[in-house]
Design a protein around this ligand. Structure first.
Ligand code: 1GP
Length: 254
C-alpha cells in the first residue's frame, strides 16, 4: 500500500503534543501573503516560541507552485509542516502531511469532492501523510475569502447542533479531524460553545481557526476542548512576544 494513504506518524505526534500540553498551537503560512524569505523567519520564530506545527496554504486557493514556500519552511525548522490547501493547485511533496479537507458545510460539489479527485492521483505519487478532515465553515460576521471563493453558506454561529451534525457525518465517513473555520481575518472567531459541543459529541480531535488575535481567545479554545488552535494573520507583524503568549495560552497544561 502506498504510504500516502495512511494517517500516521505526523498526526499521532501532533495529537500527543496536544494532549500533553492541553492543546497544540499551529501557525498558518499563507502563500498569498508570505514570501519564502518571510516564511523562513516566521518558521524560525515559531519554533523558538513553542509552536507545535506549521500549516501551509491559503483560502484563495490560487495556483502556482507551493514547493518553494513549503521547502523554505521545511528547511528552517524541525517542526512538522502540513499542507492546508485551498484547492488542488496547492500540493507539494516538501511537506510532511496534508489536511485532506472536504468542506462538509458546503453544498458546492467542487469543495466537497471535486478538488479531491483532481488532487488524489498527484498525492498518490507523493509520500506525504494524509489526514482526512471534515472542514466546517462557521459564520463570522463578515464575508470571508473562503466563503466567497467556495460560494458556500457558513453554519450559523449559534447553531451548535448543526455543527455537531456535520461533524458527526464526517466521523461516520471516516474523517479523523474536524476543522472549525471562521475564515482568515474573521471579525468574530468560532464560538467556544461550538468547539465544546463538537468535541464532546464526536470525540474527534477538533482544530479551530480564523480571527484568533489574543492569548485569551486562544486559551479559551484550548480549554473548550480544541486539540489544535490555528493562527495566521495576526502573526504577520512577526511580534515575537505575541507568538510566545499565544503558545503559552494554548499550552495551558504545561
Ligand atoms: C486558519 O483561516 C485561519 O483556519 C487563519 O485565520 O489568519 O484569521 O488567523 P487568521
Amino acid at each position: 500500500m502506498n504510504p500516502a494513504v495512511e494517517t500516521g506518524k505526523v498526526f499521532s505526534s501532533l495529537l500527543s503534543a496536544s494532549s500533553r500540553q492541553g492543546s497544540a498551537f499551529l501557525v498558518l503560512v499563507d502563500p498569498d501573503k508570505t514570501s519564502p524569505s518571510q516564511a523562513r523567519s516566521l518558521a524560525k520564530l515559531a519554533e523558538e516560541s513553542g509552536v507545535d506545527g506549521l500549516l501551509v496554504g491559503g483560502s484563495q486557493g490560487f495556483c502556482g507552485s507551493l514547493d518553494e514556500l513549503a521547502a523554505a519552511v521545511k528547511e528552517s525548522t524541525g517542526l512538522p509542516v502540513i499542507l492546508f490547501p485551498g484547492s488542488a493547485c496547492q500540493l507539494s511533496d516538501r511537506a510532511d502531511a496534508i489536511l485532506f479537507l472536504s468542506m462538509l458545510s458546503s453544498r458546492n460539489p467542487q469543495y466537497l469532492i471535486g478538488e479531491h479527485v483532481k488532487a488524489a492521483p498527484v498525492l498518490r505519487r507523493m509520500s506525504i501523510e494524509i489526514i482526512p478532515t471534515a472542514y466546517l465553515l462557521v459564520e463570522s460576521g463578515t464575508l470571508t475569502s473562503v466563503q466567497f471563493v467556495t460560494q458556500s453558506l457558513p453554519i450559523p454561529r449559534e447553531k451548535v447542533d448543526l455543527a455537531v451534525a456535520h461533524a458527526l457525518a464526517g466521523k461516520y465517513m471516516g474523517m479523523r479531524l474536524v476543522y472549525l473555520e471562521a475564515g482568515s481575518g474573521a471579525a468574530a472567531p468560532v464560538p467556544a460553545e461550538m468547539v465544546q459541543g463538537v468535541s464532546l459529541t464526536t470525540d474527534l480531535p477538533v482544530a479551530v481557526g480564523g480571527g484568533v488575535r489574543t492569548p485569551e481567545q486562544a486559551g479559551r479554545f484550548a480549554r473548550s476542548g480544541a486539540s489544535f488552535v490555528v493562527v495566521g494573520n495576526v502573526l504577520e507583524t512577526g511580534a515575537a512576544s505575541l507568538v510566545k503568549e499565544l503558545a503559552a495560552a494554548v499550552h495551558f497544561r504545561k
